[in-house]
Ligand binder design. Sequence first.
Ligand code: PEP
Length: 254
Amino acid sequence: MSMKKIIIANWKMNPQTAEEALRLVKGILAQRLSKNIELIIAPPFVYLDLVRKNCGREIKLAAQNISWAERGAYTGEISSLMIRNLGCDYVIIGHSERRHKMGETDEMINLKLKAAFKVGLVPVLAVGEKESNDDIIKVLTRQVKSALEGIGVSEIGRLIIAYEPVWAISTSGTGMIDTPDHALSAVLLIKKIMSNLYGSEWAADLPVLYGGSVTSENAYDFITQSGISGALVGDASLKLQDFIKIIKEAEINE
Ligand code: PEP
């Protein structure tokens, strides 16, 4: 896995028009992008093809979700192979909005990870405690262990984990933000859990990102922590100038 800083734009269920999606992509591409950053956009399914056709080679594509099922009678679902065939390299799995608003269980997340690995997609597994006073060791251990149940060491080299404390996500309504120090300690905890599961050499190389209210003002403080491999950016990724600044902060950190 590359040691480049990874920046993922999670557009969630935005923007409302293809024109706006195109404006965002073209605005990012108009920048001279550093080769030392892995820049990934995760648009809604309906814009994936449009973004793919317009994002050049510098920007990679992620889906925000996939089905755990392979094919067949699953109305409204999209399979991992469809996403792979469309030219996506990554897929976000287990985002807190899917866990808490769509009722995704640890078991579904485990099946989705397996579906992603099966077709060669790199899963970005999102984990994080719901409340700031939750038992973080307990929550992260459960989420990581259950997500990876039955997944062997041969797949782990193609995994990314994103630590996203739900209480710090900009739309959570708490108004709270995480600190770089706390984010780093959570990232190290995830590496420790992975080390116990798969061995320390795998855990050392595992990219773990931070996500939750990352803005152009605070991105530098999170991204430059040497243990944090990059950022998953929601709201700020829809504001072109802010997102460009975030990318530049990651470049400064080369
Ligand atoms: C997210 O939900 O993945 C996220 C990081 O959101 P925001 O940056 O808006 O807090």
